[in-house]
Design a protein around this ligand. Sequence first.
Ligand SMILES: [Zn+2]
Length: 329
Amino acid sequence: MGFKDVIGNNGVKKILHRALKQKKLPNSLLFAGPEGIGKKQTALIVAKALNCLKKTSDACEECTHCKAINNRNFPDVMVISPAKDVLKIDQMRLLKDTAYMKPMAGRKRVFIVCEAEKMNDEASNSLLKILEEPPPFSHITLVTPNPYRIIPTLKSRCQIFLFSPIPKEEIQKALVARGFQPEKAKILSLLVDGNLKEALSLDWEEVRSQRNQAWDLFLALHRREKAAPLLKQYSVSRGVIKEDLEKTLEILALFCRDVILIKEQAEPEFLLNPDFEQDLRGLARSVPLSQAMDFLSEMDFAIAALRRNLNVNVLVSSIFSNFLERSHV
Ligand SMILES: [Zn+2]
């Protein structure tokens, strides 16, 4: 898989490709950005490009070096991941010691440190010198979804590349290319916040049942009837999983958006939940536009609050009581 096969982040890919071509790629890199958007994949392409037998600024994927790197048995490319959730000093020492030795089989030694934010202080400090002055034949790429957890002295020694979530349309296209039905691909692309890896790993049946549950909750909140038992699912006593709640709120927000779209006479192709079209149209007849707007702003507010890491249990009760009050003003 060369640069062209990585979905999204065209700007980053272009800069890396150009730097490789001009042989000006910095030796210490930091790839930062949310999960599931191709950071490690890109780091591996860079590792292949630095060692490929046919190309110098991309991976050919056919030569023995590219294949060995893909199979993780190329002696000059080391991928380091946390053991038991910590990157330890011993792992970094091994990196450091190896990085000062000339490559054995390829042109460059490459070290990819995954989840680099999981380095403890000792491990971070041990890397300072090598990141400051790496030998010309060694490249070190730190990969992280949480750059703010990496100590500043480490960050300042690396050239930082910020990866962005993948646009929904590109995720949808990638899913269709992998054999998903267009309607399912569209729905999945809306639920993953630009995380292609998550989109590929979601189980459609589970997604459908989660959406059906969210739809029941949506109706209950709208009618204020039977809401209590449904709300219990999210109650403190049952224990709230933040990600589950966030996902449910996102699905509710998508339903709200569709109700608004229908009320604004949008064409059916713009609906975000095409498989709920009949139900949504039925509901839209009995909901004033202003109420749908209020629903939506309440959901957006709650999602933002959750992402700010406010206490989940406190939020749950306030979200839903506000929601119920507002919907019946
Ligand atoms: Zn190759």
